[in-house]
Design a protein around this ligand. Structure first.
Ligand SMILES: Nc1nc2c(c(=O)[nH]1)N[C@H]1C(S)=C(S)[C@@H](COP(=O)(O)O)O[C@H]1N2
Ligand SMILES: [Mo]
Length: 298
């Protein structure tokens, strides 16, 4: 059965499923949500994909390249204990716990479109915190211009890492203004559950106006730098995957069109839709790229 937003139990009524959210904490975090059950202004009102769709059709090459591999194999990844090393050009470098980065009383629900560079898309109700709040905790030094991210490297638990599919560990990066943008979050939950392993437990980046590969999973390292970070896909095939990777229907992938996308779960015939610039978040983010040639800076 396909869920529509109105079919989804309001957040306030789902708070204690598996004990992920303490009711009081989430109410404090989002009074508007608690009162109305409506998504916040940063969320889309498009119907979210089902939990089953979101957790069974994944890209997480650390567990294999097929869409069903992560759901099959990611349970092998140990996510507790977990810490994130925040370093580089910050005032308070160190090892941060997930609960320090995303404390319960700061969690927000964000329902975002996710547009994969492979031309499929979903709508996902994340729970998380703005990345800006985390960077402010660590204290960004004036010289910082970029933020670099790294995924866990643990081949004994991540079977894909035993093969040279990608240059492990998976790495990604953002310009500092992109990282500080209110739409950019670190997610720790999905619907009202803690993030399932296949979606990047216990903490992953979500940048909704960029192709999905920028939203790096299972993050263990965040480094503030003055140099543009190395990004796994860009390094592997720079003519196909750029540093910015902003969703852009006018710039085709060299091997396929980016003009349209297949919405997962929308059915065999109703599923194809036009791709929108910046994945529909242009009003919020286009100004970040004023004066830039987005065909050149793809
Ligand atoms: N570490 C890591 N992060 C990753 C990937 C990956 O293979 N490894 N795949 C990316 C791609 S291509 C997409 S489309 C999204 C998919 O996120 P989802 O499976 O939660 O929908 O994760 C991104 N983050
Ligand atoms: Mo992707």
């Amino acid at each position: 059965m396909k869920l529509t937003w109105s079919d989804v139990t309001p957040l306030s009524a789902r708070l204690n499923r598996r004990g992920f959210l303490a009711a009081g904490a989430a109410l404090a975090a989002s009074p508007a949500l608690a009162l109305t059950g409506a998504p916040s202004s940063l969320s889309t009102d498009q119907p979210p994909n089902s939990f089953e769709e979101i957790t069974n059709y994944n890209n997480f090459y650390e567990f294999g390249t097929a869409k069903e591999d992560p759901a099959r194999h990611a349970a092998n990844m140990t996510t507790d204990p977990w810490s994130v090393e925040i370093g580089g050009l910050v005032e308070r470098p160190g090892s941060y716990g997930v609960e320090d980065i995303a404390p319960e009383n700061a969690l927000e629900e964000r329902i975002y479109r996710l547009r994969c560079v492979e031309a499929w898309s979903m709508v996902i109700p994340w729970i998380g915190v703005p990345l800006a709040s985390v960077l402010q905790k660590a204290g960004v030094q004036p010289g910082a211009k970029y933020v670099a991210f790294e995924t866990l490297y643990r081949p004994d638990e991540m079977r894909g890492q035993r093969y040279p599919i990608l240059d492990w560990p998976y790495r990604e990066g953002l310009r500092l203004d992109e990282a500080m943008h209110p739409l950019t979050i670190l997610a720790t939950g999905l619907y009202s559950d803690p993030l399932p392993n296949q979606n990047g437990a216990p903490i992953r980046l979500v940048v909704p106006w960029k192709y999905g590969f920028k939203s790096i999973k299972s993050v263990v390292k965040i480094t503030l730098t003055d140099n543009q970070p190395v990004c796994t896909w860009q390094k592997m095939q720079p003519s196909e995957y750029g540093f910015f990777a902003n969703v852009n229907p006018e710039v085709d992938h060299p091997r396929w069109s980016q003009a349209t996308e297949r919405r997962i779960g929308a059915g065999l015939f109703g599923g194809r839709q036009e791709t929108v610039r910046f994945n529909g978040y242009g009003d919020q983010v286009a100004s970040l790229y004023a004066g830039m040639d987005l065909a050149k800076n793809y």
